[in-house]
Design a protein around this ligand. Structure first.
Ligand code: DAH
Length: 356
């Protein structure tokens, strides 16, 4: 059977030339598939005489085995080549230095809010919250700031737009965190000890003012709370916050929501233009405070004949500037990455909170 040699040559050449698994499968089907050329020839064996079959049978079987082995060998070779390709493509230099992943920092406002919250929590103050869009009743009236009161103008209030015919009470962007006093009293009654950190808004913009900034409000109401408790709490707070004993100075002042009212200064000195809190004989004003006005207690649903309390409010951003030596308030809210990297805190950097 001369044909066998031809077939052998033809298929071995096709197998060697098959460029991929698919082509190889094509060759297999053409040769050994059900209707493949060699399969069909083997079916012809039945029609041969025994003599012919004795010659053709082994020759065809040999051919079939040879083609089969060649197919398998080629498949292994193709698989190996594919693997080599992949290994080359996925080659990894484990000696390369690691790629740094961009990591954000914690904003000084967040950091300082955490620090303040932790210190006041130690003194039994819980965090209270209120909305940033307030009714003018919560923001002003309930705090004894009458409509004609000059404080109402001084606050440079942002008023929310009201469509004609909208009869809801006027809403404002809260100008201070003091309205949270009223909400906390209404929610929790007396006795109560809360702080309320949060955003406040005023139409003001220069190096020390931004239209949005942060305050922290404090309030303690009980049967015999006095100015002395206020002074102790604040000195304890500043000492823990700055990590050094800080004296306070109370100056008589006026706020509609407190009577008496005091502005509080902390002891400090300037050495070569640098501020040092807790030393020297300079004073720096840091917050407003006082004994809560009876009308404010009443607005919160608390009987001023039974209860009294102190309240205070201070700027968080300013606290951050003082502790971490940050010069310009406006930069706090500009999202400049260089600033954020410089003044921001790492996620695992624990705030330095010292026991008093
Ligand atoms: N709400 C005042 C402000 O934004 C700060 C303040 C002063 C809060 C005296 C108080 C307080 O609770 O007693 O200027």
């Amino acid at each position: 059977m001369d044909g066998i040699q031809d077939l052998r040559a033809k298929y071995l050449e096709q197998i060697a030339g098959a460029a991929g698994a698919e082509a190889l499968e094509g060759v297999r089907l053409a040769a050994l598939g059900k209707k493949g050329e060699i399969s069909l020839m083997m079916r012809e064996l039945g029609k041969m005489t025994p003599d012919e079959r004795q010659v053709a049978g082994p020759a065809l079987n040999g051919l079939k085995d040879e083609i089969d082995s060649a197919l398998k060998a080629r498949k292994v070779a193709l698989d190996d080549a594919a693997l080599d390709e992949r290994l080359k493509a996925e080659w990894l230099d484990v000696t390369l230095p690691g790629r740094p992943r961009p990591r954000g920092t914690i904003h000084p406002v967040s950091q300082v809010t955490e620090e303040c919250t932790a210190i006041f929590a130690d003194m039994g103050f819980r965090v209270a919250e209120g909305p940033q869009i307030e009714t003018d009743w919560y923001n002003f009236d309930a705090l004894n700031i009458a409509p004609e009161h000059p404080a109402r103008q001084e606050h440079d209030t942002f008023f929310m737009h009201r469509a004609a015919g909208d009869n809801r009470p006027p809403h404002v962007l809260r100008t201070h965190t003091s309205p949270v006093q009223i909400r906390a009293m209404q929610d929790q009654g007396a006795p109560i000890r809360v702080i309320a950190p949060g955003r406040v808004y005023r139409m003001d913009m220069d190096q020390t003012h931004a239209p949005m900034f942060h305050q922290i409000e404090g309030m303690a109401i009980d049967r015999d709370i006095s100015m002395a408790n206020l002074k102790w709490v604040l000195e304890e707070f500043f000492t823990a916050y700055f990590g050094t004993k800080v004296k306070t100075r109370f100056r008589a002042s006026h706020f509609p929501f407190t009577e008496p009212s005091a502005e509080v200064d902390i002891q400090c000195s300037w050495v070569n233009g640098q501020l040092r809190v807790g030393e020297g004989d300079g004073w720096l004003e840091v917050l407003g405070s006082g004994m809560m006005h009876p009308k404010v207690l009443q607005a919160g649903g608390i009987d001023p004949d039974q209860w009294q309390g102190f309240a205070f409010g201070m700027g968080i951003d300013r606290m951050a500037m003082l502790k971490y030596g940050i010069p310009d308030l406006r930069a706090f809210f500009e999202s400049d990455l260089r600033w954020l990297r410089h003044y921001g805190f790492g996620a695992l950097e624990a705030p330095t909170v010292h026991a008093g």
